[in-house]
Write a protein of this length. Structure first.
Length: 442
């Protein structure tokens, strides 16, 4: 029995290389690789950096699908099926849109696959694949087996991705994670995480978690153990970490030098509409940010525009806010209407979707707005995202913030990462916009 894993690409502009900042190691594939029965032969094609051999002699093709990669994934599935191969699709997009995905494959895996992988393989061996498998949220694999991408490893950014938890207790209107995990949080055993970190190639880590502070006692135990490894790491977290001095200190002492926080908006009405007004109950936002900075931890601040109260004024105020706090890096993205989220359903009910299935639309490009914003036009919204992001990533701003970063943390790896990421984002800004989704990969 041989299994072929595929990670589909988003797409690229003709004659250009795949966007560097998207080239992280494909942890999803390593985790699935661990879950396969031992006697299964396996191979992996990373569509982002290499050609797929559609004529490979395989029994089962497993493709992971995100909304942005759906069009490309369905094309790849077609190519394999034309050659008589069985194809299974799974991942975020498939879990959110199983009926759609089912049209393009032999079977779909809904949700996590930890408890279903053996059944899937047994059925494939017996030539009796079911149309649907529905897994439970589960994260008890021991150590993700990265040997599956030993051949491609050098092409990935030099940062190790290690999973610590999945899901989040919150229920932000636009968020795929809230839908996928039904506003619940699960985490791995601390010992497994530590063993995996010890085995990793790079000593800079991105701890994959949607909200690592969701279970406070787990977070404290984890940080205490990571401290012994003497590594540098980053993760995604919510602002409430700043209200817990003890855990914040533990986190810093364990090597955390940067965190990604989704502020989304600084407008109260927007936050209310997106179901994220809980961040306002945490306390004075500026003070909380300063506490994190004072602990020596930099912030990757993520903002989203296109909510009903947004105008150009919102961009101006947010840029001012970002400059005031001299963030390590920022994201100014437009709102994405991911399928099956509350935002998607609201816009559909209000007749504001410009295209029902934008992810499959012919000619759809990265950065195209898929809905009618209230107080801006779609073109204005994408133009403003670009304009104000450009302002933040001007060389003058990069230099100024570079010194602030050095003042905040003396960790060499983080200072190096600062320059690398900011310069990369400066040059990638225009490259990102207009990438044709699902195109130019073959
Ligand atoms: C690391 C990460 C990134 C990295 C690299 C991702 C990569 N593919 O290499 C970076 C920072 C570059 C990134 C960028 C983006 N990301 Co991202 N990212 C993540 C993150 C935090 C972790 C992904 C991961 O490794 N998870 C761990 C694995 C083990 O979990 P898993 O993928 O869910 O796999 C399990 C199951 O789903 C299932 N499964 C998955 N696939 C398959 C396939 C088969 C056949 C089977 C049987 C089972 C199966 O089995 C696995 C084990 O149980 C997730 C959030 C999250 N917690 O997962 C967001 C996430 C995947 N990203 C998301 C988004 C939106 C983006 C961007 C579009 C953001 C932007 N505006 O630019 C870009 C797109 C770039 C891209 N796709 O290449 C969304 C996707 C939503 C959606 N509906 O598709 C997520 C879910 C975040 C969110 N809050 O919504 N991202
Ligand atoms: S806090 Fe973050 S991960 Fe949790 S539901 Fe909101 S956006 Fe999603």
């Amino acid at each position: 029995m041989k299994v072929t894993f595929i990670l589909p690409a988003i797409g690229k502009k003709k004659g250009e290389k795949y966007l560097k900042s998207w080239l992280m190691e494909p942890l999803t594939i390593a985790v699935m690789n661990t879950l396969l029965p031992e006697d299964v032969e396996r191979e992996f094609f990373d569509d982002r950096i290499e050609s797929i051999d559609y004529d490979t002699n395989t029994d089962l093709v497993l493709i992971t699908v995100e909304t942005y990669t759906a069009k490309r994934a369905y094309h790849i599935a077609d190519e394999f099926r034309k050659r008589g191969r069985k194809v299974v699709l799974g991942g975020y997009h498939v879990t959110l849109m199983p009926d759609e995905a089912e049209e393009y494959c032999d079977a779909v895996m809904i949700n996590n696959c930890g408890d279903k992988m053996h059944e899937l393989i047994d059925d494939a061996r017996a030539g009796a694949l079911k149309r649907r498998y529905t897994g439970k949220p589960c994260i008890d694999y021991k150590i993700a087996d990265r040997s599956i991408y030993a051949r491609q490893q050098k092409k990935y950014l030099p940062i190790s991705l290690v999973e610590t938890g999945r899901g989040c207790y919150h229920n932000c209107e636009f968020c795929s994670i809230a839908r996928y995990y039904d506003s619940k949080y699960i985490h791995r055993e601390v010992a497994d995480i530590i063993n995996e970190m010890k085995a990793c190639r790079h000593k800079l880590f991105f701890l994959v978690d949607d909200s690592i502070f969701s279970d406070k006692s787990f977070a404290r135990e984890l940080f205490t153990e990571i401290k012994k490894l003497k590594v540098t790491w980053t993760t995604q977290i919510t602002l409430d970490i700043a209200r817990d001095d003890e855990t914040l200190r533990l986190m810093r002492d364990s090597g955390c030098s940067m965190v990604l926080i989704g502020f989304e908006s600084i407008d109260q009405d927007n936050l209310k509409q997106m179901n994220k007004e809980w961040t306002q109950r945490l306390g004075e936002r500026d003070e909380l940010i300063e506490k994190i900075h004072a602990a020596g931890i930099s912030i990757y601040a993520s903002f989203v525009f296109g909510f009903d109260e947004d105008t150009e004024e919102s961009f101006i105020n947010t840029l001012r806010f970002a400059r005031k706090h001299e963030f390590f890096v920022i994201a100014f993205n437009h709102l994405l209407t991911f399928p099956n989220t509350e935002t998607y359903n609201r816009f559909r009910d209000e007749g504001r979707l410009l295209c029902d299935k934008w992810w499959l639309q012919e000619g759809y490009t990265f950065g195209t707005i898929s809905f009618e914003p209230k107080r801006l036009t779609a073109e204005e919204l994408s133009g403003l995202c670009r304009k104000y992001k450009k302002e933040f990533f001007r060389f003058g701003s990069i230099f100024k913030r570079g010194f602030v970063c050095f003042r905040r943390t003396k960790v060499p790896l983080i200072n190096f990462a600062y320059w690398f990421v900011n310069i990369l984002f400066h040059f990638e800004l225009d490259k990102r916009i207009g990438i044709p989704v699902g195109e130019n990969m073959d």
